[in-house]
Design a protein around this ligand. Structure first.
Ligand SMILES: Nc1nc2c(ncn2[C@@H]2O[C@H](COP(=O)(O)O[C@H]3[C@@H](O)[C@H](n4cnc5c(=O)[nH]c(N)nc54)O[C@@H]3COP(=O)(O)O)[C@@H](O)[C@H]2O)c(=O)[nH]1
Length: 761
């Protein structure tokens, strides 16, 4: 379409009264555009063109007002101009964009007020250089675009940075529009700009987030239901799972199975409570390998606080852990033997001392030095010496419980730390002696040193800790060391205690054990029988009581040797001998007329009863000729409750064959009624400690009466032991007890004497 007005006129107007004219010209251009769009609608096109002409004439009028209009027209014109200016001001202040009009050098002719508001500018902007505010790095580019715009008349959008008066930087996006003069030459440039700093920052953050997401750390994002939405490359490298493998699945796919439900519950609770969980976790790679990772899970919430996503960052720490373990191994373990070194021993000793101080348990240090180790090194060389030390370490580790510590201090010096030993010094010393003798025995076995058979012995020094034995680590080490030198001085290949008194106890026990072994071998034992009588004085049975016929000491009480026999395991052959002897004797007495129901009670030790084949052992003994109904086994409360299910099974099996059971020393233990009811017992035996003071101590009297009542309520018979006086028997009888054992009737007697006692009228 033909331009009906002419650009030259517009340029002229613009050059002389540019402000309102800018608007009029804009209005004109817009309408011309509208006319273009109207196309074939000729009526409307004509109307629009007329309106355009009117606008332009008005502009011409404005432009020429100074020379051609009379005063009245001028006033009208000025009023109109004011109106236009106000209109323009309102528009330029209310739109979000900043408007500037620049001359062709980029000098400011006009700036919309928003420019000042937003940029805090206080300068006189009119006439100032607009390029001066552009960031130096962007200035040249902006000037280029400006020049291009003025040359071609075509504006283009450009983004650049502007430096505010306070030095801060804002990002701008600007578009220039050229205003031409009458000759069609560029005269002004209208620049419309808007602040894109927030958008730029958001873009920047997006780039940072994207870069961070693709960092060395494995990352994955799940939705609120823990469904994986995205994983990064590092995640795939660490786990072996690609994005395709895991998007749409849950992190459960990584679980190693090493953590229990409580672990994951605590994790969830932490995320719910604090929004985050951090910790070490074992996960499984795609290739099945389990690895340690450091994991941080953070909840992402929306503006209402609702969790929308979880972001998890993981680092593979398996190498770090391996390195840490290696460092620990080097710092706390002996490189040659793999045993804890002095540092770790001291650490553990510190803990053991503190624990024993809180309990009534004791601990011990056994200092072990190999005899003549230097000679081995000098003669066969250090390699052989190392070879021996490694084998010694292995053998020592086999001598102790898992909770004990075997350490190597260096050279041929080893230490065993035992803890949780008996609170009684003599007992603890006995436990140490057993371990010490085991060590002596295993280290005395010949060694195979690369084909050479080699014999070596150790010297062992022992000291206790906890209780009254002191607790300074250095002192304890010195004591054990001194005791070890005592062992060397005593001829090597032996064990010595630091405390002479303790040494005496241990020496005596060692001698007793040696004698006991010898006595078992020679069968230096005999059974005594103590009668058990009923309410009218009839002998209904006997308790078999063991006696040791010692060559020098005469008859030795079982109270002296049974505990040691239990400790050393010698009770097993001894207990079997008692059972066999007592059953043989029971068979003889039961064969006498009227004594078919005569019972012989046999004390059974805990160790014997816990033998897996105890039932078979008893049945085998009975098979030799005794009737099960003539055998009564005496068990104690503590051994029954040790493993109640096993106890019931064994007792039931024997009871079904006719063997009866008596609960010995009743009242001294902690039997609960519910357990008692489950045990197939026949009899409760009131302990002699309650019978002894029955007449003088009301408590004992109440206890005895309670036991009798309890036995009745459980349908069990009851027998009192240690009855020494008629008065005791009468009180017991009055309470309902009608079976007795004690010196009142007879002390324990050798079998021949007992036979005579039986025959007595
Ligand atoms: N595992 C085994 N333990 C056994 C065996 N033989 C005995 N023992 C246990 O040894 C402990 C000591 O026994 P002993 O020195 O024989 O003492 C018993 C009786 O002699 C004694 N007694 C009996 N009547 C009286 C009395 O009137 N006064 C008094 N002061 N003492 C008396 O009491 C002991 C009874 O023992 P028990 O009935 O078993 O409690 C002892 O614990 C025996 O059990 C064995 O072969 N195996």
């Amino acid at each position: 379409m033909r331009d009906p007005i002419g650009s030259a006129a517009i340029a002229l107007i613009a050059a002389t009264a540019w402000l309102p004219v800018v608007f009029l010209v804009r209005s004109y251009r817009k309408r011309i555009n509208d006319v273009h769009r109207l196309g074939n609608d000729l009526a409307r096109t004509r109307a629009e063109l007329q309106a355009c002409e009117a606008d332009l004439k008005h502009a011409q009028t404005l432009a020429c007002a100074g020379t051609t209009q009379d005063i009245v027209e001028r006033e009208e014109l000025e009023a109109s101009l004011r109106e236009q200016r106000e209109f323009f001001r309102l528009i330029s202040e209310s739109i979000g964009e900043h408007i500037a009009v620049l001359d062709l050098e980029g000098q400011r002719l006009y700036n919309s007020p928003s420019y000042r508001q937003i940029f805090g500018d206080t300068r006189e902007l009119r006439g100032s250089d607009s390029f001066a505010d552009v960031h130096p790095d962007d200035r040249e580019r902006v000037q280029q675009v400006f020049k291009e715009t003025t040359r071609t008349g075509r504006g283009q959008e450009i983004e650049y940075r502007l430096v505010r008066q306070d030095g801060s930087v804002r990002h701008m996006a600007s578009t220039g529009r050229v205003i031409t003069d009458q000759q069609g030459r560029a005269a002004r440039v209208v620049v419309v700009s808007h602040d894109i700093t927030d958008r730029k920052q958001a873009e920047q953050w997006e780039r940072i987030a994207a870069t961070a997401f693709e960092s060395q750390q494995g990352m994955f994002i799940t939705d609120a239901h823990s469904v994986i939405l995205r994983v990064n490359q590092a995640f795939s490298t660490i786990t072996g799972y690609s994005a395709a493998d895991c998007v749409g699945r849950t992190p459960k796919m990584l679980s190693s199975g090493r953590h229990d439900a409580a672990f994951y519950a605590a994790m969830r609770a932490s995320i719910e409570g604090t929004g985050v969980w951090r910790g070490e976790i074992w996960n499984r790679r795609k290739n099945g390998e389990v690895f340690a990772e450091w994991l941080t899970i953070s909840a992402v919430r929306d503006s209402e606080g609702k969790v929308t996503h979880y972001v998890s960052a993981l680092t593979d720490v398996s190498e770090y852990k391996a390195a840490q373990e290696e460092i620990e191994r080097l710092a706390f373990y002996d490189a040659l033997t793999g045993l804890p070194n002095r540092r770790l021993l001291h650490d553990r000793l510190r803990v053991a001392i503190a624990t024993s101080a809180r309990s009534d348990r004791q601990g011990a240090l056994l200092f072990i030095d190999l005899d003549n180790f230097k000679t081995l090194n000098d003669t066969l060389g250090h390699d052989m010496g190392d070879h021996l030390l490694r084998q010694v370490a292995k053998r020592l580790s086999g001598c102790v419980r898992e909770r004990d510590t075997v350490a190597r201090l260096g050279g041929d010096e080893f230490v065993i730390m035992l803890d949780d030993l008996d609170g009684r010094t003599d007992e603890a010393a006995g436990q140490c002696r057993i371990v010490g003798e085991k060590v002596l025995a295993v280290l005395n076995h010949p060694y195979d040193l690369a084909g050479h058979e080699y014999q070596n012995t150790p010297s062992i020094g022992v000291t206790l800790f906890g209780g009254q034995h002191g607790s300074a680590i250095d002192d304890l080490m010195k004591r054990a060391d001194l005791a070890m030198y005592e062992a060397k001085a005593a001829g090597r290949n032996t064990l010595r205690f630091f405390d002479p008194r303790m040494q005496a106890v241990v020496t005596a026990r060692a001698a007793l054990e040696k004698d006991l072994r010898e006595a078992i071998r020679k069968q230096d034992f005999v059974l005594y029988y103590q009668p058990q009588v009923d309410g009218v004085g009839r002998i209904i049975g006997a308790e078999a009581l063991l006696r040791w016929q010692h060559e020098q000491r005469g008859i030795v009480s079982p109270a002296e040797f049974i505990p040691l026999a239990e400790e050393t395991g010698l009770i097993l052959p001894l207990g079997l001998w008692v059972l066999e002897t007592a059953c043989a004797q029971a068979a003889l007495w039961a064969a006498q007329p009227g004594r078919e129901h005569f019972t012989v009670s046999v004390n059974v030790s805990a160790r014997q009863f816990r033998l897996p084949n105890f039932v078979e052992q008893v049945l085998a003994v009975l098979a030799a000729g005794a009737n099960a109904r003539n055998l009564e086994l005496e068990l104690t409360e503590s051994m029954l409750l040790d493993n109640i299910e096993d106890t019931i099974v064994k007792m039931t099996a024997l009871k079904e064959r006719g063997v009866s059971f008596s609960l010995d020393d009743f009242g001294t233990g902690y039997s609960s009624l519910s357990y008692l009811k489950r045990l197939p017992l026949d009899q409760l035996k009131i302990d002699q400690s309650f019978v002894r003071d029955l007449l003088t101590d009301p408590n004992d009297e109440v206890i005895a009466r309670t036991i009798i009542t309890l036995a009745a309520s459980l349908g069990l018979s009851v027998i009192a032991e240690g009855v020494e006086t008629v008065e005791q028997r009468d009180v017991l009888a009055a309470q309902g007890c009608h079976a007795y054992q004690g010196y009142l009737f007879s002390p324990p007697l050798p079998a021949a004497d007992f036979a005579r006692f039986l025959q007595a009228p």
